[in-house]
Each structure stands twice: as structure tokens, then as C-alpha cells.
Design a protein around this ligand. Structure first.
Ligand SMILES: Cc1cc2nc3c(=O)[nH]c(=O)nc-3n(C[C@H](O)[C@H](O)[C@H](O)COP(=O)(O)O)c2cc1C
Length: 368
């Protein structure tokens, strides 16, 4: 059997954890350019919204090839929508698809999506099977039309990423097969991409060992686990002891296991991975304002200022449709730990363009 991209990576695997509202296209580009993690995840995208035609959500799926391998993270509850969005992810050329089973936000988890799926393991397993089926159908040649995507979505996808004609089979018959049905063998072969899961240790209490056994029944390529329950949200310490126990269960299978939660430096990541026997780790908040995280480089203040301007320019280029507002928090993260940082952050919070950011940072540098 050919290896999937996860299996080809050198261990330990150090990946950028998905963070909604943070790991947008500009942030991911910056993290790849300055630090190069082994894997990058997109922010999560709601499958029901996108499958019903919320085209603006496709912005979350904009990526640059320097981010590869890049995994599209999706969440929701309806299998039909998972199927359609998984087909879109394949079309867009992602290296993998990750199913979010860890989001604790009330609006997500109360509908039994995100971490709420831990409550309904049968539905969680059905979702993994559905996404894997979509990947198989895609690799067997199903088209966007046959997957019954809305025409406006098809147009948007084709504008976003026109596929070379050679991958489209012109000799297709006109009757579309039902999703999941057998596709004609004469179709062009496309590589099936791996399906992974990111989750938590439980809902109110830790049931990680029992929960992971459910997930393993569907043989995901990778399971990443945040060492907190849904109830804990982001409070308290991430429980790496339990992640160590889960790693032992997962290691009896071909699935890879990544730990997550509370890693503050590259050394910390290596220590935790070694101590708890995971195949790698996902790092989230420690990368904010620190695109060098994965390189181990300790940036100077001058480096930080240059990167802040670079990031702001990237943001303008990639996220033209959005206001500069979403960029401001990143600027604040770049400016920490030196005299005058607080006042500087205040000024940066008023900016509306990369040019304004440059003027403020240049002025600050000239006064020290
Ligand atoms: C603002 C924010 C947004 C997040 N969004 C996502 C998300 O879209 N998908 C996901 O799987 N996890 C999400 N997470 C969880 C992180 O990926 C990660 O599991 C968590 O922050 C713990 O890791 P850390 O301590 O390294 O940050 C989010 C976390 C934060 C703080």
C-alpha cells in the first residue's frame, strides 16, 4: 500500500494547530515562510454552511503551495454536507482533510458537532466513513456536478482553482452516480488524500481511552488530541499524562497520534513528545506573533517589526475583502516584552493599513 503524506513525514511531527480567526491564509503563509511547520491546518469550516452555498467560506480554503502539506479542517453534523465539502477539499488540492471533533464553543458543541461528537460516537464514525467515501469517490473520478454541488459553488471553485483539463474525463456519461456509488474504472485516477480527526479527551470527564477506540474503528490516518475536555474549554493544564496513555492504544494501529495543549516552545514540544510517546504535536497559541516558532529562531525586536509589516502586507494582499480590523490583534502579538510595548500596541490598534503600521513602527524604532 502506498503511504499517505502523514506516514512519509519525519517524526516527531510538529504541526500548526487550527485556530479560528487566527490561522487565516496570511497567518499560515507567514508561519510557513518564517518557521515551516511539518503540517498546517486551515481554520475550521462549517460543512452545512458551505454545502448550502455560503461561498464566502471558501476564503478559508485559500492557500499557497509553500504551506504544503496543508490539511483542510471541517466541522458539522450532517453527513451529506460533509460529503460535499470533502469533495470540494479534494478538488482544491488539499493534502488531507481533518474532521473537527474538538471545538467546545456552545453554538457548535450543543448541536453535537465539534467536541459534541464525543457524545455521539456512532455519528462521529459515520462522518469519518462519509468523508473517506468522498475521498475514494474523488480518486475514482467523480466530478463536482456528480457530487451534486450547487452550481454557484462549482463556478466559485472553478474560478478559485481551475483544474487542468487532463484531470477531467470528457468521455463521461450523463447519468450522475449517487454519492458513494461505484464510479466507472475508465476515469482518471487521482490520489486519495488521508482523513484525520482532531478531538479532546472527553465531554465533562476524561473518557479519552474509550473514545479513541471508537475513532480507531474507522482507521483515520492521524488523531490529534487536545489534552482537555469540552467542559474545561481552555482552562487548567492540558493533561499530557492521559495523552501518553492514549498514544499507547493508538500505537497498536497504523494511525498516528499527535498530542496538543499548552506547548510554549520548541524544546517543550520535543520534551513532551518524548516523555509521553506521541508521534508529534500540534502547537496553537504559542505561534501567535511568532511565525519563527517552528524554526527555533529567537527573533530580535527589529525582526518582529519587519515581520509585523510583512504580515500586514500579506493580509492586505490575500484578504482584500476583509477590513484591516482582523489584522490588528496579530500586530499586538508582535509587540510584546520591551519598554514602550504597551503604548505601541495601543497605537497599532488604530491602524487601517500596512503603510500606517510601517510609519508607527519606524517612528518607534527611531526613538529608541
Ligand atoms: C482562538 C482559537 C481558535 C481555535 N479554533 C480552532 C479550530 O478552528 N479548530 C480546532 O480544531 N481547534 C481550534 N482551536 C484549538 C487549538 O487548535 C488548540 O487545540 C488549543 O488552542 C490548544 O493548543 P495550544 O495550547 O497549543 O493553543 C482554537 C483555539 C483558539 C485559542
Amino acid at each position: 500500500m502506498t503511504k499517505n503524506f502523514w506516514q512519509k513525514l519525519k517524526q516527531p511531527i510538529l504541526a500548526l494547530s487550527p485556530m479560528d480567526g487566527i490561522t487565516d491564509a496570511a497567518f499560515r503563509y507567514m508561519t510557513s515562510k518564517y518557521g515551516k511547520p511539518d503540517v498546517i491546518y486551515t481554520e475550521f469550516v462549517n460543512v452545512e454552511g458551505l454545502a448550502r452555498g455560503a461561498i464566502s467560506m471558501l476564503d478559508h480554503f485559500i492557500y499557497n503551495k509553500i504551506e504544503r502539506p496543508i490539511v483542510a479542517q471541517i466541522y458539522g453534523i450532517e453527513t451529506e454536507s460533509f460529503y460535499k465539502v470533502a469533495i470540494m477539499c479534494c478538488y482544491l488540492g488539499f493534502d488531507g482533510i481533518d474532521i473537527n471533533m474538538g471545538c467546545p464553543a456552545n453554538k457548535v458543541a450543543r448541536r453535537n458537532s465539534g467536541a459534541g461528537l464525543i457524545r455521539v460516537p456512532e455519528q462521529a464514525k459515520k462522518i469519518i466513513r462519509t468523508v473517506k467515501q468522498a475521498v475514494t469517490d474523488w480518486s475514482n473520478g467523480i466530478t463536482l456536478e456528480e457530487a451534486e454541488l450547487r452550481p454557484k459553488l462549482i463556478t466559485a471553485l472553478k474560478n478559485m482553482y481551475p483544474q487542468p483539463e487532463s484531470t477531467i474525463d470528457q468521455s463521461r456519461t450523463t447519468t450522475p452516480p449517487k454519492p458513494g456509488s461505484k464510479i466507472s474504472k475508465s476515469r482518471p485516477a487521482r490520489n486519495p488524500i488521508p482523513v484525520s480527526v482532531k478531538t479532546r479527551t472527553g465531554i465533562d470527564e476524561i473518557i479519552a481511552e474509550e473514545w479513541v477506540k471508537h475513532l480507531l474503528e474507522e482507521q483515520p490516518a492521524t488523531i490529534a488530541m487536545h489534552g482537555r475536555t469540552l467542559k474545561q474549554m481552555y482552562s487548567g493544564e492540558a493533561n499530557w499524562e492521559i495523552l501518553g496513555k492514549v498514544a499507547k492504544i493508538v500505537h497498536k494501529t497504523d494511525t498516528l497520534f499527535l498530542g496538543n495543549g499548552g506547548i510554549h516552545s520548541l524544546d517543550d514540544a520535543h520534551e513532551k513528545i518524548k516523555k509521553y510517546g506521541t508521534d508529534g504535536a500540534l502547537i496553537g497559541r504559542a505561534t501567535c506573533g511568532n511565525p519563527w516558532f517552528f524554526s527555533g529562531i529567537e527573533p530580535t525586536m527589529e525582526d518582529r517589526f519587519k515581520a509585523a509589516i510583512d504580515h500586514a502586507r500579506c493580509f492586505e494582499e490575500i484578504s482584500m475583502k476583509h477590513t484591516f480590523f482582523a489584522m490588528r490583534k496579530h500586530l499586538a502579538w508582535y509587540c510584546k516584552g520591551f519598554d514602550g510595548a504597551r503604548e505601541l500596541r495601543k497605537e497599532l490598534m488604530q491602524t487601517n493599513s500596512s503603510d500606517e503600521v510601517k510609519v508607527i513602527l519606524d517612528k518607534f524604532e527611531n526613538t529608541i
